[in-house]
Design a protein around this ligand. Sequence first.
Ligand code: IMP
Ligand code: MG
Length: 211
Amino acid sequence: MSHHAAHRQTSFPTTTGIKRRTELATSSAQMFSEFSNPNLDVLFSEEQIRDRINEMGAEITHDYAGLNPLLIGVLKGACFFLSDLLRAIDTRLGIEFMAISSYGSSTRTSGEVRIMKDLDVPIEGRHILVVEDIVDTGLTLSYLLANLKSRGAASVKLAALLDKHERRQKEVEIDYLGFKIPDEFVVGYGLDFAERYRNLPFIAVLKNPDA
Ligand code: IMP
Ligand code: MG
């Protein structure tokens, strides 16, 4: 078994998980494993995420056939979702990235938004699909969507993997949603806590952010 395969096997609870963990107890890779970090509670597995994204991709393929949409990913968190989603969309499309900084603590947004990296192309007349990892207060997205609409796009829609709806302060319409989640701080699959955990292949609740 390759190192990588061994690693992934221990990521999720299986009937033989305990045995495997014991077998690998001496390996330093296991000792430093992020994927089996005890501070994480798996919320959506790799497979659940993939299945849901395939469904979203099929829906987007249907809705955007012949429209040559421009998918805009919001750096950095949405890159992972975007890269999987666009491979599930079987129609001609383009991609662009924007970077936005919202001021606040590492777990909460303040509502002040600044564009750190803008688009490289005009979007007048284009069908825009913004791709975001999570909608929390909605402050970041409501600012971004209004900004893109003001540039004369033919349409501006939103695909978000996660919706923490209980926390909404500004109404944001999510046209394509992966999963609704409770008000918990989640990490993985692009989502970070102070830049950590983006590399988890699953989405997990961070049990104690201070640990
Ligand atoms: P909003 O403006 O409050 O909707 O904030 C959205 C941004 O906050 C997301 O793009 C994330 O970067 C960050 N964020 C909100 N909730 C979480 C979470 O549970 N985990 C990781 N990042 C989060
Ligand atoms: Mg973030």
